[in-house]
Write a protein that binds this ligand. Structure first.
Ligand code: 5GP
Length: 201
């Protein structure tokens, strides 16, 4: 990948995964706000319906199943996955990478483990971070505390999280979200050290 013919800033990708009760969204919002390095969050496309308060084009690009599949067939996605066996598709559009790189920033992808593995194959230099809760019990507590999902969905998310944990060691970094400020600082430190290496290399 890094054959010396590309601009050194192209290809800068950060992938963050973690179970949905790991506090990922809060960590991501805090990181973007703190901007330890220039970051542009890639807005994913999904076929799931918007939750209340979610904005099309900001939270996600909300697409119909047909539209998603058409764009998939047209080769517009870097990766895609069906998440939680829910029948809903999620994917990262290649145009989102370009948007970040044109802004001179890292493309920040918050995606599931299946998607992350595909990104690692295509961009082995990607900085991959797995966010963990301190314990499975704490994870379940946080998931239930949100109160947004049915029991059936919670059970599926717990099962998915257990599967995902077995793949956590494929990531370059594992960060434990025991304390929000500390986790955000740790990820910020990782990104700053990578930024230095990228520019030095
Ligand atoms: P939610 O429906 O709660 O917003 O997201 C569910 C899951 O989908 C999360 O685990 C999130 O990481 C994952 N996800 C969101 N966007 C993408 C994407 O573009 N690609 C993949 N593979 N997973 C995604």
């Amino acid at each position: 990948m890094n054959d010396g013919t590309t601009h050194s800033d192209d290809g800068r990708i950060v992938v963050l995964s973690g179970p949905s009760g790991s506090g990922k969204t809060t960590v991501v919002d805090r990181l973007i706000a703190a901007a330890p390095v220039p970051l542009v969050k890639a807005v994913s496309a999904t076929t799931r319906p918007p939750r209340s308060g979610e904005i099309d084009g900001e939270s996600y690009y909300f697409l119909s199943d047909q539209e998603f599949r058409n764009r998939l067939a047209a080769g517009e996605f870097l990766e895609h996955a069906e998440v939680f066996s829910s029948g809903y598709l999620y994917g990262t559009l290649l145009s989102e990478l370009q948007r970040a790189w044109q802004a001179g920033a890292w493309a920040f992808l918050e995606i599931d483990v299946q998607g992350a593995l595909k990104v690692m194959q295509q961009y082995p230099q990607a900085v991959t971070i797995f966010l963990k809760t301190p314990s499975p019990e704490e994870f379940e507590r946080r998931l239930r505390a949100r109160g947004t999902e049915t029991e059936d969905v919670i059970q599926r998310r717990l099962a998915t999280a257990a599967d995902e944990l077995t793949l956590a060691d494929r990531y370059r970094y594992i960060v434990i979200n025991d304390d929000l400020d500390r986790a955000v600082r740790e990820i910020g430190d990782i990104l700053r050290s990578q930024e230095t290496q990228t520019h030095a290399g």
